[in-house]
Design a protein around this ligand. Structure first.
Ligand code: SF4
Ligand SMILES: [Zn+2]
Length: 324
């Protein structure tokens, strides 16, 4: 078995790519719909705009992370994030989207001053007055400024954190520099401050075969739920950062199949007050799909994400195997 990679090795294995430069335009902004449980316990869908912010790289070096591709090396310049938010929201008619949510995703940590300058937080809070829920991503050990930021918001703050996996040997090898206690502690602190929680959980991280990768994903979703997380997003582990490819060559990473993602979603969906979604961003890359079934199955997953109901399996027009 390969020895676990340290931060330096993970950096060296990265492919050489051109990266964004600092600036006042976000990388992208997209509207989508997302499910939530209303006060009566019914599933509703709301409009959510995700602004993919242009900012500096995360200071952690998680083994499986490819988000650095969307960041620059320099500290995020003062004023750049408020300018990007203003540009993304320019021309957006929020009056026609009452109750909309916003995700400010910076591919690093919203509450790291290097990634989002602290002096910009008050201005950012004012820019978000029309949104009912504000979702930001952050490492569990960097939540100190979340409470102060939350008090400045009109809407509800939700902090999205990578739990990744509860597997006791795999989590340390991911180089996340976080224990399950750290995760749980961050959840408690944020919860007590009336801040909601979202977690990212990996399907089939390295060092597990598909069966174990699926079971530990399921276990990790349950752990997140026990920590008071409101929404879990299941992320199929993907290559693209060099380290994962290296592990795959050594037979220590088994990429997840579409059927595994279908099974995990079907198993956990439909629990009151707890949203579980499958990240289908990289759906076509998953194993076990073909041109005849891929879009049919993707559509079913999207509808399950949005309705939080297990839907009947589609009749496959091919020999691929479905969720069983
Ligand atoms: S903390 Fe998040 S953004 Fe930073 S390296 Fe790890 S997975 Fe990537
Ligand atoms: Zn097929």
């Amino acid at each position: 078995m390969l020895k676990p990679f340290d931060s330096q090795q993970i950096l060296q294995l990265r492919p050489k790519l051109s990266r964004p430069v600092p600036g006042h335009e976000p990388l992208d902004a997209q509207w989508e719909q997302e499910a939530f449980y209303d006060a009566s316990g019914d599933v509703q869908a709301t409009d959510v705009i995700t602004i993919f912010l242009r900012g500096s790289e995360c200071s952690f070096r998680c083994l499986m992370c490819d988000l650095w591709k969307f960041t620059h090396l320099e500290r995020t310049p003062d004023g750049a994030i408020p300018a990007q938010i203003a540009n993304a929201l320019n021309n957006v008619d929020l009056a026609s989207r009452q109750g909309a949510w916003i995700k400010l995703y910076n591919a690093s940590n919203f509450f790291s001053a290097r990634n989002v300058p602290s002096q910009d937080l008050a201005q950012i809070a004012r820019q978000l007055d029309d949104f009912q829920r504000i979702i930001v991503e952050n490492h569990p050990s960097l939540c100190q400024h979340a409470i102060d930021f939350s008090r400045q918001l009109e809407g509800k703050l939700e902090v999205a954190m990578g739990l990744e996996t509860t597997h006791p040997e795999v989590l340390p090898r991911l180089n996340k520099q976080m224990t399950l206690d750290d995760f749980q502690r961050a959840c408690n602190i944020l919860h007590q401050a009336n801040i909601d929680l979202r977690a990212f959980v990996l399907l089939c991280p390295p060092w597990l075969d598909e069966r174990d990768g699926e079971q530990w994903c399921s276990h990790s979703i349950t752990f997140a739920q026990q920590c008071g997380v409101r929404h879990v997003s299941v992320i199929p582990t993907r290559g693209g950062n060099g380290a994962i490819e290296q592990l795959q060559k050594a037979g220590q990473f088994h990429p997840p199949s579409a059927a595994a993602l279908e099974r995990v979603l079907a198993e956990h969906i439909g629990q009151q007050e707890f949203v579980v979604t499958a990240d289908v961003w990289d759906w076509p890359q998953l194993r076990g799909l073909c041109q005849h079934c891929s879009s049919l199955r993707l559509e079913r997953m999207r509808r399950m994400n949005l309705t939080q109901r297990r839907l009947p399996k589609v009749d496959l027009p091919c020999r691929c195997s479905h969720e069983s």
